[in-house]
Design a protein around this ligand. Structure first.
Ligand code: PMP
Length: 383
């Protein structure tokens, strides 16, 4: 029997059968009428899922390409940019702005804590010429969700452009982009959007487009004016990943059929159940309850258990793949993703496997303890 793999990493995530089927469709010409119609439909569906009325561009690249497009099209060399860093992906956005010659100011927060809005307000006050704020919505390296609504209000007051990396949260965690004042929204296909890796999505507000008009940074593949020109004809500037477009539509249809509110509630419920389970096993969670990600849970390694040994046993024996820690959290945490095509029994499976593996590694926990706590949370959890 081929082994069953239970992917619980923050991307790529498991694909619904409808999405896998869409991937197998025969190839079509990307300059034809049918593909233009698909692009138009995708555009409307993406606007709904991204909760924006701004144009949405689909780029054939991973999420980092979307972040690069955000910076390359809005940041001039020497522009003052504020990077909010509370984990690996905050660092990545900062590094991108540095690569494009921005004068990057940084605010650091502990890995595992949310962005402190007072610190951001204070920094903005001291730098009236600050033009762009870079932040992460769901910091995948820590399982913390930042207060985008609060940041949107601060950015609006300051007149700065707020760019949000929502690569690992969009489609699983509520982010009313227009209502909260997000100027640049970036996401990617392979996480809560239940599509294979290879597409990035980006939308820009009018305020952000004004920065594009002034931008002199060099860019070619990621030129948003080029993407805009093509989109006017429901096209893309370069050859798109045609199969991924098919797959993305299947995934968006599933999300819209379930209903955005229900999708977000499902993620919150699963996160609560997994947190209850982990806590009941006597393990420590990295993120505080009030900033905990609905899509990903980071757990501190119990004393005496090597994260790599735990992950290896879980994968080799049980087919469960958790992520390890990144950067300064390497070896200190493991991360259980529950984003996209996930349901209640995925949580039970993950906790059940974790309990067995911990016992096998000599860290005794009550078998079924975490599972039972999660079951109780799931049964009581109609939101
Ligand atoms: N930002 C966040 C928050 C992410 O989780 C990831 C992927 N883990 C990225 C950016 C980078 O995306 P990609 O690997 O698709 O380039």
């Amino acid at each position: 029997m081929s082994r069953k793999l239970r992917l619980m990493i923050p991307g790529p995530t498991p694909l619904p059968p409808e999405v896998s089927e869409a991937l197998a469709r025969p190839m079509v010409g990307h300059r034809g009428k049918g593909f233009a119609e698909l692009t138009a439909r995708l555009h409307e569906k993406l606007q709904r899922v991204m909760q924006t009325e701004n144009e949405v561009f689909i780029l054939t690249s991973s999420g980092t390409g979307g972040l690069e497009a955000a910076v390359a099209n809005t940041v001039n060399p020497g522009d003052k940019v504020l990077a909010l860093v509370a984990g690996k992906f905050g660092e990545r956005f900062r590094d991108l702005a540095r690569a494009y010659g921005a004068e990057v100011l940084e605010l650091h927060f502990p890995w595992g804590a949310p962005v402190d809005l007072d610190a951001v307000a204070e920094k903005l006050k001291r730098h009236p010429d600050l033009k762009v704020i870079l932040t992460t919505q769901n910091e995948t390296s820590t399982g913390v969700v930042h207060d985008i609504r609060g940041l949107g209000a601060l950015a609006a007051e300051h007149g700065a452009v707020l760019a949000v990396d929502a690569v690992s949260g969009l489609g699983g965690i509520d982010l009313p982009a227009d209502a909260w004042g997000v100027d640049i929204l970036v996401t990617a296909s392979q996480k809560a959007l239940m599509t294979p890796p290879g597409l990035a999505m980006i939308s820009l507000s009018e305020k952000a487009w004004a920065k594009v008009a002034e931008c002199r940074a060099p860019r070619y593949y990621f030129s948003l004016p080029a993407a805009k020109k093509a989109l006017a004809k429901w096209n893309t500037a370069y050859t798109p990943a045609v199969s991924l477009f098919f797959a993305l539509e299947a995934a968006l249809d599933l999300i819209l059929a379930e209903g955005l509110e229900q999708v977000f509630a499902r993620h919150r419920l699963l996160a609560r159940a997994i947190r209850e389970g982990v806590r009941t096993l006597g393990l420590e969670l990295l993120a505080p309850d009030e900033a905990a990600s609905p899509a990903l849970t980071a757990v501190k390694a119990p004393a005496g258990v090597a994260v790599d040994d735990l992950r290896k046993l879980l994968l080799d024996k049980y087919g469960v793949l958790f992520a390890g820690g990144q950067g300064e959290l390497k070896g200190k945490i493991f991360r259980m993703a529950h984003m996209g095509h996930v349901d209640r029994l995925d949580v039970i499976t993950a906790l059940g496997a974790l309990e067995m593996a911990l016992n096998e590694l000599g860290h005794k926990v009550t078998l079924g303890g975490g599972v039972a706590a999660a079951q109780r949370a799931l049964l009581g959890g109609a939101e």
